[in-house]
Design a binder for this molecule. Structure first.
Ligand code: SAM
Length: 271
């Protein structure tokens, strides 16, 4: 199933500019879990639903080879342009049918993507390609984002939440899995060694302009823009004015601190 939210060239280019890389906290949790179960050096990782490669590039230094896969050709095109690491390759293919050999993968990651996968065939595929002891790491941040700036955090977070409210009618039905903290995916994983960690808060400083870019990468935004172009542009314009007024600045380069609430599901295939 192609998800049209990720097909547009503008969306892929916004992704590359504005998306947030996997945080150090999440990376550390994944690698300490992997290293407790699976000896170094690590050979091969697959990053499923890699988009333009935000997580693929973060995990690349830990492995001999990394493959980023995505069903969107435009996302993969941008990922290739943005990646210099010689050990990374990309391929257009679904997470439910990864084109790699049986028991060949040490780690399979899915960053803000697993809620789009069809659970049963995806988990079957994970079981086919993971080495014994190999790990699965699924993670995402929830849509409830806090934005902090001096003593104006509450008001600024409210403006951001109002933008998100505008986007709710355009949300893909599969996003419910993310809103449920991947509980169904977690329950369906057939391995006894698994855990689901909620409420991992990561904080990142970004210029206000990037925050406004980030919301435009949310998959609902291109649909809103297509359906009600003037309303969508007006929402961004008005929010920017409100942010600047609240922050008492005229510069979109003024930094805010974004707090993300993450959920991480880890599992290891039995030895
Ligand atoms: C929200 S983006 C996340 C991109 C990136 N991993 C990140 O961390 O920002 C979700 C990505 O999953 C991809 N996707 C959706 N369903 C997929 C599937 N069944 N197999 C592979 N990729 C899929 C979309 O094309 C999109 O690029």
């Amino acid at each position: 199933m192609v998800i049209r939210e990720f097909e547009g060239k503008q969306q892929a280019s916004n992704y590359q500019k504005f998306r947030i890389d996997t945080s150090q906290e999440i990376t550390d949790l994944i690698f300490s879990y992997l290293e407790e179960r699976f000896p170094k050096p690590h050979g091969f990782a697959v990053d499923a639903g890699c988009g333009t490669g935000q997580n693929t590039r973060v995990i690349a230094p830990y492995f001999k080879k990394v493959l980023g896969i995505d069903i969107s050709e435009t996302q993969i095109e941008e990922a290739r342009k943005a990646t210099r690491s010689p050990n990374v390759t990309y391929s257009v293919c679904p997470a439910e049918e990864v084109q790699v050999g049986n028991t060949s993968v040490d780690l399979l990651t899915a960053s803000i993507a697993a809620h789009y996968f069809t659970i049963e065939p995806f988990l079957k595929e994970v079981d086919r390609i993971l080495k014994p002891g190999g790990c699965l790491a699924i993670f995402a941040y929830s849509p409830s984002i806090e934005v902090h700036y001096k003593d104006r955090s509450e008001q600024i977070t409210q403006v951001f939440a109002e933008m998100e409210d505008h986007l709710v009618p355009y949300e893909h039905e599969m996003t419910q899995h993310l809103r449920n903290g991947y509980k169904e995916m977690y329950k369906s994983i057939p391995y006894p060694d698994k855990r689901r960690i909620e409420n991992i808060v990561t904080k990142i400083r970004v210029p206000l302009s990037r925050l406004l870019g980030l919301i435009q990468t949310f998959p609902m935004f291109p649909i809103f823009l297509e359906t009600k172009p003037e309303e969508a542009k007006e929402m961004i314009r008005t929010a920017e004015e409100r942010f600047l007024r609240l922050m008492g600045t005229s510069s979109g380069e003024t930094e805010v601190e974004v707090w993300l609430q993450n959920v991480l599901v880890l599992a290891s295939k039995p030895q």
